[in-house]
Design a protein around this ligand. Structure first.
Ligand code: BGP
Length: 466
């Protein structure tokens, strides 16, 4: 019988800026997320602490104050692991201080203690789509080499502080997203040149490697991974030109994993830089630092897409942030994300073959509108179907011999979406009474999927496909 490993880490994934709210509480500073109230694709809104205007993200689902109730609900589902992030701007409100903000650190102590009560392992992302806004305004974001040291100082601070509580870490969320959204990814303006973006990415890759080194020194029994946006592409046709264009498109995101896992720049990227007039400043020390490679590879997977070498066809079909051409064989979510469970088995095999390091699926899920029934229950069969179909493919990949540490589905509790800053795109097993204006009661309710996931975990996956 096909089985999940005994110690498989079942759980869910959230991110500080999408759940916590409390956007300036206890000394927190403004982050890049705070100035993008309509999400990472929206306009920048310069903010002043004295300004009375409030956005949905400022409140979010108020996890900052309600986390004990939420952790208890996760525990009721049997979570073994919860992925969340530390908001860098709670610990260093401006990012360049010497001394951390004690109140910010204390919050995460309490959060991790609460998780420990139920035996839920924290999996912590150091930077999930946010950084102190001052680092962008004053230094120009990751384009400035000094950010490596600021990040290192932040990483050292939290590794020291939580060394006995957190044994699983991730460096930068979806590090390859910078190519599409440089402001959120590396704190650069959206009209930056490719050279500027790749230089900033280089600094971030060095910072990630230095964090890996620090983590090993400070918490020898921890494991630290990278985090990729799994942007799996298929050739639109079997024309050799399409196949090559697809390989190159996949290399655009795999490159990040190659550097973080193999410790140097792959030849195909050096060629790309050469042929596109991109000259990076890479020091000998940088090359040395990059040798600190990750222990495991984590990634998000929501959809797949297609690629074509035909420029006219490509221009016609690109409509989303990742510039994926639509696959005629796949259905789409209400947000136009193409649903492809088999693609999860494919990407797991691909990453395992390429890196031979354990993999962790740290995001996967269906964003959908939920309409409560007259009795206020939520029958989200569409979500159950999506998750079940994907988990069956995870089980298939395990059968293929892929080493998989765990699965944390995205947004186990409804949260604010990253791309558009909306709450109507819901991912949760737990419904939150919140609306786009941020005036909901914030009451939590179990959806039908809550009971479904509880059973999946209870049976260690053997209930799937029943
Ligand atoms: C990933 C991000 C998450 C998350 C998810 C879903 O890219 O790491 O933060 O939000 O996508 O995207 P969205 O919220 O836009 O539906």
């Amino acid at each position: 019988m096909k089985q999940f490993p005994t110690h498989f880490l079942w759980g869910g994934a959230i991110a500080a800026n999408q759940v916590e709210g409390a956007y300036l509480t206890d000394g927190k500073g403004f982050s890049t997320s705070d100035v993008l109230p309509q999400g990472i694709t929206g306009p920048v809104v310069e903010r002043d602490p004295a300004d009375e205007t409030r956005y949905l993200k400022d409140i979010a689902i108020d996890f900052y104050h309600r986390y004990p109730e939420d952790i208890a609900l996760f525990a009721e589902m049997g979570f073994k692991c919860l992925r969340t992030s530390i908001a860098w701007s709670r610990v260093f409100p401006h990012g360049d201080e010497k001394q951390p903000n004690e109140a910010g650190l204390a919050f995460y102590d309490q959060l991790f203690d609460e998780m420990a009560k139920y035996g839920i392992q924290p999996l912590i992302t150091l930077s999930h789509y946010e950084m102190p806004w001052t680092l962008v305004k004053k230094y120009g974001g990751w384009g400035d080499r000094r950010l490596i040291a600021f990040f290192e100082h932040y990483a050292r601070t939290v590794f020291n502080r939580y060394q006995s509580k957190v044994k699983l870490w991730l460096t930068f969320n979806e590090i390859n997203m910078s190519l599409h959204e440089p402001l959120t990814g590396v704190g650069l303006s959206r009209n930056s040149t490719q050279s500027e973006i790749y230089q900033a990415i280089h600094h971030q890759l060095v910072a990630s490697a230095r964090a890996v080194k620090l983590c090993r020194e400070i918490i020898p029994d921890a494991q630290i991974g990278n985090m990729l946006l799994g942007g799996l592409m298929y050739p639109l046709t079997c024309k050799p030109e399409d196949v090559l264009a697809t390989l190159q498109k996949n290399q655009k995101w795999l490159f990040f994993g190659d550097v973080q896992s193999r410790g140097n720049y792959p030849g195909y990227m050096l060629r790309y830089f050469r042929e596109n007039g991109i000259e990076l400043t890479i020091t000998e020390q940088d090359k040395h630092d990059l040798k600190n490679t990750v222990d495991f590879i984590s990634f998000s997977y929501y959809m797949s897409g297609c690629m074509t070498a035909d420029e006219a066809e490509y221009q016609k079909q690109q409509g989303n942030i990742l510039h994926m051409v639509a696959n005629p064989y796949l259905p789409s979510s209400e947000w136009g994300w193409q649903i492809d469970p088999l693609g999860l088995r494919t990407i797991l095999n691909l990453l395992w073959d390429r890196y031979q390091k354990p993999l962790f699926i740290v995001e996967n899920g269906l964003g959908a509108k939920d309409t409560p029934e007259a009795d206020s229950s939520i029958r989200d069969d569409y979500r159950i179907q999506y998750l079940s179909d994907h988990l069956i493919q995870v089980r298939e990949a395990i059968e293929d011999g892929v080493d998989i540490m765990g699965y944390t589905s995205w947004g186990p509790i409804d949260l604010v979406s990253a791309s558009k800053g909306e709450i109507s795109k819901r991912y949760g097993y737990i419904y939150v009474d919140q609306n786009e204006q941020g005036t909901g009661s914030l009451e939590r309710r179990r959806k039908k999927s809550f009971y479904w996931y509880k059973r999946v975990i209870e049976t260690n996956g053997s209930s799937l496909g029943e």
